[in-house]
Design a binder for this molecule. Structure first.
Ligand code: GLC
Length: 572
């Protein structure tokens, strides 16, 4: 029955840790993180309390988009190691009770993939129909659609005299999912990795697999235009039937352009598609609606609204995934928090938010020690294709480098890709060589070694929060009910399960904020500061167990946010 709550699954109770392998730990001194580097640091992840690692792509790739342009879906990139290294990583993870989610980039391949090299060379290639071709000699691009990384979405192919389609860079040609032979090939790739023992997959831009007719002119933002093509749900159901269900794999689909209302179409268990999706509503909260790479101011009210809307849309209809940072976003503290005197408090606050909402939390590497954005001194220090393309068009338009840099650094993906900061040695202990991207000079103070030694550190706070979540089913499965939704600085909500009522209060501001009696009678379970008086300190976070019986409030009405604020003792 659509809408029926599914039985609880292991991955709902799991905490996921995301690794960007290029930047995690380099074991052989070539300046690039690798699989042995990850294996050597598994104890850090196990000690954090995470259960699952999501590994960004490790396949052979020309690295136009750092591995999101795959040249061999069944291989390991030499700079990351060998298949034997991958298998050892899996074994060492298994010994620690950790499971692996692989990143699959199936919307597009690299232009260096043998399929595309053959397809672009001749119209008679057996792989010709694995890609999307339009037009003929003398014709212009088939339409005006734009690529996410800048420029048009069609590139001319001289040898065959037509255009191929790519939502991202020209070196990332889109695969033609209409072709059943292509789909069978993809299912086989999934079976290959499942055979190695992975627990599941993160599907890159899963909402883009099916293309809309190449007709309408493109207006507004790009993502809605490419998302939700007419056959996407057929494809996902086929994937589930052919691979996911028979092999018991978990999947989370990246889903730009999917609204909260549309989300159940992807994750309602009764529909048999994906287990979770990553939405973009808060990823884009500090961007203009028209262009993801143009910064715009954000407000707490917007963030509260997005998180609440998504919880409601999925309550009883699917399972949410929670993230505040990833490899495509600037550091969360620099976006939403504080990088000055309140930095540690803000890091603890956002950790509390991530780990007390309903859904499966995904922690991005480095967030557990409170890493922040890097003051890249020049465009030459940036590595991302988005930065390179952005600078190329800015320069062509006559903009000064400093001007472009100041704006781009508000959205730059490279902030998330600087080396993981392990200790205070050169490059933060990431490499003995020269890192492929500069380390944030902040590694001297913010690093895993220092954080481990300080019992009051952000890292220990993450560990405590994860342990609390594991011991508290209400934090995983409980209803989420926002309270005082209109408050400009306070983000507060309750989590309710059976006779357990928890109150989370976050002061998302650098000011002291009075909260009256809110939570006065509660028992503090965890907080960023000691005590819980009537004034919240800057970026203070509190989680309290309330003595009251939830009683009538533990009804479906709670999911609609209809708790009487007076019940919680809130007064302005
Ligand atoms: C996803 C990935 C991003 C990549 C893009 C194209 O958004 O997260 O890193 O650039 O897809 O593959």
């Amino acid at each position: 029955m659509p809408g029926e709550a599914a039985p609880r699954a292991w991955w709902q109770e799991a905490v996921v840790y995301q690794i960007y392998p290029r930047s995690f730990r380099d074991s052989d001194g070539d300046g690039i993180g690798d699989l042995d580097g990850i294996t050597g640091k598994l104890d850090h992840i196990a000690a954090l309390g995470a259960d699952v690692i999501w590994l960004c792509p490790v396949y052979p790739s020309p690295n136009v988009d750092n591995g999101y342009d795959v040249a061999d879906y069944r291989g390991i990139a030499p700079e990351f190691g060998t298949m034997a290294d991958f298998e050892r990583l899996l074994r060492e993870m298994d010994r620690r009770g950790l499971r692996l989610i692989m990143d699959l980039v199936f919307n597009h391949s690299s232009d260096q993939h043998p399929w595309f090299r053959s397809a672009r060379a001749s119209k008679d290639s057996p792989w010709r129909d694995y890609y999307i071709w339009r037009g003929s000699a003398g014709s212009g691009p088939p339409n005006d659609w734009r690529a996410v990384f800048g420029g048009g979405a069609w590139t001319w192919n001289e040898p065959t005299g037509d255009w191929y389609f790519h939502i991202f860079a020209p070196e990332q040609p889109d695969l033609n999912w209409e072709n059943p032979a292509l789909r069978r090939e993809l299912w086989d790739i999934m079976r290959f990795w499942a055979g190695k023992g992975v627990a599941g997959f993160r599907l890159d831009v899963a909402s883009f697999f099916s293309k809309k007719p190449f007709e309408a002119p493109q207006t507004g933002g790009i993502f809605p235009f490419y998302a939700n093509g007419p056959r996407v749900h057929d494809y996902l159901r086929e994937m589930r039937r052919e691979v996911l269900d028979p092999l018991g794999l978990v999947t989370v689909g990246e889903a730009p352009g999917v609204t909260a209302d549309e989300a159940p179409l992807y994750v309602d268990p009764a529909r048999g598609e994906l287990d979770m999706i990553f939405h973009f509503d808060h990823a884009g909260i500090d961007r203009t609606p028209e262009d993801f790479w143009t910064p715009a101011p954000w407000r707490l009210a917007g963030l509260k609204d997005v998180l609440t809307r998504w919880d409601r849309a999925l309550a009883g209809r699917g399972w949410n995934s929670l993230y505040l940072g990833n490899h495509d976003l600037p550091r969360l503290l620099s976006r939403f928090g504080d990088t000055g005197v309140h930095r540690a408090a803000a890091a603890k606050l956002f950790a509390t938010l991530l780990l007390t909402l309903r859904g499966t939390p995904y922690i991005y590497q480095g967030d557990e020690i409170g890493m922040i954005n890097t003051p890249f001194p020049s465009v030459a220090d940036l590595r991302d294709v988005v930065a390179a393309n952005g600078w190329q068009s800015a320069r062509a338009a006559g903009r000064a480098e400093a001007d472009f840099l100041a704006e781009h650094l508000l959205v730059a993906r490279d902030h998330a890709r600087t080396p993981m900061q392990w200790d205070a040695s050169p490059h933060g202990g990431f490499t003995d060589g020269a890192p492929w991207i500069m380390a944030n000079p902040d590694f001297a103070v913010t690093n895993v070694a220092a954080a481990t030694a300080d019992p009051d550190s952000v890292l220990h706070h993450y560990r405590r929060l994860i342990a609390l979540r594991k011991a508290t089913p209400a934090l995983v499965h409980g209803d989420y009910v926002p309270i005082e939704a209109g408050h400009p600085d306070i983000f507060a909500y309750v989590r309710l399960l059976d006779d357990v009522l928890l109150l989370v209060v976050l002061n998302v501001s650098a000011a002291a904020v009075p909260i009256g009696d809110l939570g006065r009678d509660g028992v503090p379970l965890i907080g960023s500061h000691d005590g819980h008086g009537p004034v919240m300190r800057p970026f203070e976070a509190r989680v309290l167990r309330m003595a009251e019986e939830p009683g009538e409030y533990a009804s479906p009405a709670c999911s609609m946010g209809e708790v009487d604020p007076a019940y919680m003792g809130f007064s302005d």
